[in-house]
Structures are given as structure tokens and as C-alpha cells.
Design a binder for this molecule. Structure first.
Ligand SMILES: Cc1ncc(COP(=O)(O)O)c(C=O)c1O
Length: 363
């Protein structure tokens, strides 16, 4: 089977180093906090050319803690695309705030920056652009709207580690960028993990406290916090993967370009903004006969996926929330299909995917 993402092959290539690091830290029983965590945190922040950041338990906890740190509460409205993983909206709901959905653009599937101003009300406190599929939102327009209306900007960078917009890395443009290290992400832990990068040192301090029972050091519980830390085993595995991430992103771009060369003439594929260097967390193509394509590829031993079959506003808990028309979000939901793409995908495997897809897919 050619999987969407070949984590087993990746593990094989890193196994020795990972096991030796886990053995080293286990001998010291250095599982929570300590040097393995702070060393990864410093390296991740530095590689992002940022100043302030902390690890946390997951991409969802990163979003929730980030919103809490910025003071988001039940009076507030937050502008967000519905075409995202449900976690972006869960985090908003758990702060008590109200998500206000804005449609995406059909070119790169990110939030349509031209529709944001219309969604702003007196209660709007923040915008969460989601850099979906590893391609970046129109951060030039979105940043200027945030500035003009004095709104907080939280970049959901769960799918876009080290993508860049006009040369600046994803998650380092807004007040805070949140990252997921879910195993299948471009940089994946061996379990759950997340990260927040802040513009402001004070926000970092609040967030760090919130992840760790309200404290920065032992028994200094200044806030009511949570247990939402990044643990040392995940941090040390991520340190190993951090050394590879640029090479992996290049391979993803190369594979995406090959898919583009075969598909873009007849099929709708993601077109990242020319201002963005994407990292192709997913390769998504639109087809009109999706079930048939998925069945045929399955028979040819190729895994496919749908990200996501239901936009958030059509899921049961969120149905009553939406007041805005989201025609593009609703149109693409039955057409989008994710094909295998990961740095470990071999050229001959990709060729098999392309041949199988082209024999059945209809635009
Ligand atoms: C866009 C987006 N936001 C948030 C998350 C949540 O991250 P996690 O699964 O690490 O909680 C994910 C991934 O799962 C995601 O794709």
C-alpha cells in the first residue's frame, strides 16, 4: 500500500538516533521539563527566526492557550474559516467566544481576505487565518486589517511548519502562531505535541504559565493553569526531526510540482500565492467523481484522503452557529481529494499514483 504519509519509512531512517536519545533521557528520568524540552524550544524558535515561544501538549492546546493568553473571552467574536480541522473552532468555543465563519478563496483554499472586513462587528476581537495544506493565507491583507481594526492575529500553522510569506515564516507574522506536532504533520512527534510562537514576551509568559499549572517555577502558581506541556520524549524526537525539516519541505515541493505538471492542465489543484513558499502538508486535487477515484486507487493499493469531508459549520455541534454564506467551502467539500505526499514517497510510487489517478479521474 502506498500510504498518504509514510511514517514507518521515516522512522526507519531516524530509528537509531531516536532510540539512543530516548534511552539517554530515560536513564536520567528527565521526562517533564528540563534541558531536552528547553533545548528544542530554543532551537524551534531560532529556526523560525522568532524570539519567544513555548512547547505545549498539542496543536489544539496551542490554539486554546494562545487565545486565553491574549485575553479572549465569552464576549468576543473570532473570525475563522470553516474549511479547517475542527480543532481551530473547538479552541474558540472552549474560551466561550463565538466563531464567525468566513468563506475561502477557490485558488489556494485559504480564508478569503476580501471577505474579512464584512464579517467584523463591535465584538470582533481576533482573526485566525489557517494556513491549510501548508500554503499560506494572504497575510499582507489580513495583517493590515488586523492593524486597522485593532484585532489580535492568531496564525493556525498546524499544517505549515516553515512555509513562508514574503520571506517570513508561518506563525511568526501574527501576535501568535500555533503549531501541531501530531504524528502525520510535516514535523510529527511520536504522540501529541504543539507549540506557540509569540511576538510579545508578556504573552509568552502567560501562555507558559497556563501550560504548567500557572507556574514558571516550582510552586509559583500565579494563574489558574492546565497540564498542557510538551514532554521531553516528544521534544527530543522533534529536535532530531527539526534538523531534517528544510530538506523534507523541499522534497514535498518537488513532489507537488511533479503532480502539478501532470494534473494542473485539466484539474483544479492548489495554487499557492506567488508571495508564499508552501510546504505542501497535503496535495489536494479536485475531481467530480471522487468515490470512483478513491475506489480505483484503493484497488491499486494507493491510500487517499479527504481533508475535510465536512466543513466545521456543517458538523452537528456547530450547525446553529453559522450566519454567513460559504459557497466555496460548500462547493469543494464533495470534490477535494488528498493524494499521497510525504518526503519518503519514492519517484516510482508517485508515478503509480499519477497513472492510477489519470485513468479514472474526471475534472
Ligand atoms: C489546521 C489544524 N489546526 C489544529 C490542529 C490540531 O492539532 P492537534 O491534532 O495537534 O491537536 C490540526 C491538526 O490536527 C490542524 O490540521
Amino acid at each position: 500500500m502506498i500510504p498518504l504519509c509514510n511514517l514507518q519509512r521515516q522512522y526507519k531512517s531516524l530509528r537509531k538516533e531516536i532510540l539512543s536519545k530516548i534511552d539517554e533521557l530515560s536513564k536520567k528520568s528527565a521526562y517533564i521539563g528540563g534541558n531536552y524540552v528547553s533545548s528544542f524550544e530554543n532551537d524551534f524558535v531560532k529556526k523560525n527566526r522568532a524570539q519567544y515561544g513555548t512547547g505545549c501538549a498539542s496543536g489544539t492546546s496551542a490554539l486554546f492557550i494562545a487565545l486565553k493568553s491574549l485575553g479572549i473571552s465569552s464576549k468576543d467574536e473570532i473570525i475563522v474559516p470553516s474549511h479547517t480541522f475542527v480543532a481551530t473552532v473547538e479552541a474558540i468555543i472552549h474560551t466561550g467566544a463565538t466563531p464567525v465563519f468566513v468563506d475561502i478563496n477557490p485558488v489556494d483554499y485559504t480564508i478569503n481576505s476580501q471577505l474579512i472586513k464584512k464579517a467584523i462587528t463591535k465584538r470582533t476581537k481576533a482573526i485566525i487565518p489557517v494556513h491549510i495544506y501548508g500554503t499560506m493565507c494572504d497575510m499582507e491583507t489580513i495583517s493590515s486589517i488586523a492593524k486597522q481594526y485593532n484585532l489580535k492575529l492568531i496564525e493556525d500553522s498546524a499544517q505549515s511548519h516553515f512555509a513562508s510569506f514574503q520571506g517570513t515564516f508561518s506563525g511568526t507574522i501574527g501576535d501568535v502562531g500555533t503549531f501541531s506536532f501530531y504524528p502525520g504533520k510535516n514535523m510529527g512527534a511520536h504522540g501529541d505535541g504543539g507549540f506557540m510562537i509569540f511576538k510579545n514576551e508578556k504573552d509568552l509568559e502567560i501562555a507558559t504559565r497556563l501550560t504548567n499549572h500557572g507556574k514558571l517555577k516550582k510552586f509559583d502558581h500565579e494563574l489558574v493553569g492546565y497540564t498542557d506541556r510538551l514532554d521531553a520524549i516528544q521534544a527530543t524526537i522533534l529536535s532530531i526531526k527539526l534538523k531534517k525539516i528544510f530538506e523534507w519541505s523541499s522534497r514535498r515541493r518537488k513532489l507537488a510540482k511533479i503532480y502539478d505538471n501532470h494534473f494542473s492542465k485539466n484539474f483544479k489543484v492548489i495554487k499557492p500565492s506567488p508571495k508564499c513558499t508552501p510546504v505542501y502538508h497535503l496535495y489536494v486535487v479536485e475531481v467530480s467523481n471522487r468515490d470512483e477515484v478513491m475506489e480505483t486507487l484503493q484497488r491499486d493499493n494507493i491510500q487517499t484522503g479527504i481533508h475535510y469531508p465536512d466543513p466545521v459549520h456543517l458538523l452537528k455541534p456547530y450547525k446553529k452557529l453559522n450566519k454567513n454564506a460559504l459557497p466555496i467551502t460548500e462547493k469543494i467539500r464533495n470534490r477535494i481529494l488528498s493524494l499521497p505526499l510525504c518526503p519518503e514517497l519514492k519517484d516510482k510510487e508517485q508515478k503509480k499514483v499519477i497513472d492510477s489517478f489519470l485513468k479514472i479521474a474526471e475534472p
